[in-house]
Design a protein around this ligand. Structure first.
Ligand code: ADP
Length: 230
């Protein structure tokens, strides 16, 4: 589905991606981890075509994205900071995004799932951070894209909403989707991730599942295992 070869990106003198290689062939939940500034968002934005790499190839579903941009229809993305106009009502925003995309969507099911009916008529800037994040998640999952990228989806969510998110992404995975996720909440990552990809110094420093990570670092505790990679 996603094949990345020899990806390089510098911002001025700062090397962020330095020959990164990554292949994602499977459905499932893949956590992209790494210290702050290790290039997680730059990698995600490169996959989305929002950052132009200096060198390297990104092939998505057989299309090299330098040559063909329509792949973007197959990916949905939850940015770290969603910047929708705050004076729009939730229903207006959902309708606007559907119209822009021009694709059928299953927003009703997701509105019900997150119990958002009472908020449809409210303006975005009147909602709590957690409710706004649930709206963002509806927008992200409603088109049923095969690849979903979630940058810090847990931010603003209380423990109940976090559990809802976990169940949702596990259900979507069962349907055959590939979900790329970044999160600072390590117990969330440990519970959901089928694969951990750890970025360091512009490359993938570790790539494997949770038990492989624990074995290779000699740590039983997930957070300690991650810390050991540094
Ligand atoms: P992460 O998501 O792992 O925290 P980022 O990909 O956001 O890392 O950033 C990696 C590094 O690149 C950081 O030092 C950040 O300040 C820098 N950076 C990211 N985007 C830009 C940009 N558009 N211009 C200049 N520097 C950037």
């Amino acid at each position: 589905m996603v094949s990345i070869h020899n990806l390089h990106k510098k911002f001025g003198p700062l090397t962020v991606l330095n020959g990164l290689e990554l292949d994602i062939k499977e459905q499932g939940i893949i956590a992209v981890l790494g210290p702050n500034g290790s290039g997680k968002t730059t990698l995600i934005k490169s996959i989305l075509g929002m950052v132009v790499p200096d060198k390297g190839d990104i092939v998505i579903s057989g299309n090299n994205i330098r040559k063909r941009w329509s792949y973007r229809q197959e990916i949905d993305y939850l940015p770290q900071i969603a910047n929708f106009p705050g004076n729009l009502k939730v229903q207006e925003l959902i309708t606007m995004i559907k119209d822009l995309r021009g694709k059928p969507a299953r927003e009703a099911e997701l509105i019900e799932y997150f119990k958002l009916q009472p908020f449809l008529d409210k303006k975005l800037n009147k909602l709590s951070g957690g409710t706004q994040q649930k709206v963002n998640l509806v927008l992200c999952f409603m088109f049923d894209s095969p690849l979903i990228i979630l940058d810090e989806p847990t931010s603003g969510l209380d423990p109940v909403a976090m559990l809802q998110l976990r169940k949702l992404i596990q259900r979507e995975k069962e349907k055959g989707k590939t979900i790329l996720i970044t999160s600072h909440i390590m117990n969330f990552v440990e519970e959901v991730a089928d694969r951990i990809v750890f970025l360091l110094e512009g490359k993938i420093y570790f790539d494997g599942n949770v038990s492989e990570l624990k074995t290779s670092t000699g740590q039983d505790d997930f957070e300690h295992a991650i810390a050991k990679l540094l």
